[in-house]
Design a protein around this ligand. Structure first.
Ligand code: SAH
Ligand code: SF4
Ligand code: F3S
Length: 460
């Protein structure tokens, strides 16, 4: 662990690299990438760049990429291709590719061949090197490729430029050691490493002091958090964050079911500041497939965990991720997935078609499921979840909730706005109200539950 050394940054500032210039940062993928982009934005601003919303007017364009599924990579490569025309119009524009996609050797080789106009390609743990690399390129240095900062060291002190003042992502650990057989993340994000609790607490404290209402603690598997000096785990970190003064909520993601302990359940149950929501990705309802996925829990373990959590935590919302069409998945395995979803009754479910990721064990497994079979199963699962989600939401009709307003969607009748908000359980509630509620808590009553969201009205 070390603190960001601003020596190069100072040099770059002297050179005034970004002065009078604009930077455009586009983020793909998960919250981890959003958080990394907030650091890239801070580095760019320190260099004098002004952040902007489109690549056309930018002198620095950064694509922070995701590799979790083939479709994500294809979309990104399409967008990278479109940069070529811009670069021809404006040859002094600096183009940067970073993130999970560019952590893979074969992708970098492909980019060098097909998109040779790209200036800088770096991996996931080299974000702090960006000012130095941009500076070098601006001063005539050759094209640079830093694939991987081998140490994977956490660099503190970079700062963050966040879009919203009322809620924030706070990473607590990086990387993953679980090696689920379908997943690219451990290969592109490296081994697990945790931030010092003191650094996490200081960041949350300063966010709350500046008016932040909700922090989401981030990690690929937050339950693996280990304080690097004291060795304490995630439940203790949650207790410490909850002990900070202020009116704010704590969320976290993602929890791997194999490590979600009773101690964690107790903390959620007993701390008011903790949102009563847990994202608990199950991936499949079939024991055979869970084993092939290397998830390290059975359907029975998962069901009993959900039962304990629901018994202990009033009004708990549970959401999950599910993959359909993992290699070797039979109709019977898929029926197990459907029956699990039926039995649990998730508040919300993110469903994915299995996507082959080069370099992962599942990519080489026999019996890959044909595309049309995957799609049929996907549709069936979606239909079931739409029904189950509606059942869960229907039970909320007439009830009141405190929500955090996170979007002004447009005009509503009576000169007010249509607002979108989130309950403690992370459910979306839309209602009409004054625009000033944006970023604040409001009290709403549910009037019309739907499958994917709830309609409500403001309670005085
Ligand atoms: N660390 C988190 C999530 C990481 S990726 C966890 O363990 O839950 C987010 C989701 O993408 C996963 O939960 C999984 O459902 C999905 N996913 C990952 N690899 C995939 C692949 N090869 N094909 C389809 N979906 C995948
Ligand atoms: Fe991927 Fe599994 Fe790690 Fe999640 S826990 S990031 S699914 S390997
Ligand atoms: Fe994608 Fe990397 Fe996140 S692969 S899902 S951006 S960790």
């Amino acid at each position: 662990m070390r603190t960001y050394d601003p020596e190069y940054e100072n040099k770059v500032r002297e050179f005034n690299a970004g002065a009078g210039r604009k930077a455009y940062i586009r983020t793909y993928g998960c919250q981890q990438n959003v958080s990394d982009s907030e650091k890239i934005a801070a580095l760019a601003e320190n260099m004098g760049y002004e952040l902007c919303d489109s690549p056309e007017s930018a002198s620095l364009v950064v694509f922070n990429t995701c590799a979790v599924r083939h479709s994500a990579e294809q979309k990104i490569l399409g967008n990278v291709g479109q940069l070529h025309a811009l670069k021809e119009k404006n040859p002094s524009m600096i183009t940067v590719l970073c993130g999970c996609m560019t952590q893979q050797e074969h992708v970098v080789e492909d980019i060098k061949k097909r998109y040779s106009f790209i200036d800088i390609v770096i991996g996931t743990s080299a974000v702090h090197e960006l000012p130095r690399l941009i500076f070098s390129r601006l001063t005539g240095g050759r094209k640079i490729r830093t694939l991987y900062d081998e140490s994977g060291e956490i660099v503190e002190g970079i700062g963050n430029v966040r879009n919203e003042a009322f809620r924030a992502f706070v990473p607590i650990m990086y990387g993953c050691n679980n090696f689920c057989t379908y997943c690219i993340v451990p290969y592109v994000r490296g081994r697990e490493r945790s931030r010092r609790s003191g650094d996490v607490l200081a960041e949350v404290k300063s966010l709350v002091a500046s008016g932040c209402r909700e922090v989401t603690l981030l990690g690929q598997n937050v339950n693996s958090y280990r304080e690097p000096e004291k060795g304490t785990g995630f439940p203790q970190l949650l207790r410490d964050v909850a002990a900070l003064e202020g009116d704010f909520k704590i969320r976290f993601m993602t929890s791997h079911p194999k490590d979600a302990s009773d101690e964690l359940i107790d903390v959620i149950a007993s701390c008011d500041k903790l949102a009563k929501h847990i994202h608990l990705p199950v991936q499949s309802g079939s024991d055979r497939i869970l084993k092939a996925m290397n998830r390290k829990y059975t359907r029975g373990d998962y069901l009993s965990l959900v039962k304990r959590a629901r018994e202990r935590i009033d009004g708990l919302c549970i959401t999950s991720d599910m993959i359909v069409g993992f290699p070797g998945e039979t109709e019977a395995d898929f029926e197990d997935t459907l029956s699990l979803v039926d039995e649990i009754g998730y508040d919300s479910l993110f469903t994915f078609l299995y996507s082959i990721r080069e370099g992962t064990p599942a990519a080489k497994m026999p019996d890959q499921v044909p595309r049309d079979v995957k799609q049929k199963r996907f549709d069936a699962l979606l239909e079931l979840q739409t029904r189950k989600g509606f059942e869960r939401n229907a039970a909320m009709k007439g009830l009141e909730f405190t929500v955090l307003v996170d979007e002004v969607k447009g005009d509503a009748e009576g000169g007010v706005k249509l607002l979108s908000s989130r309950t403690d359980g992370n459910k979306i509630v839309e209602f009409a109200g004054p625009a000033e509620l944006y970023g604040n808590y409001a009290r709403v009553r549910i009037t019309e539950p739907m499958s994917w969201l709830l309609k409500g009205e403001l309670v005085d």
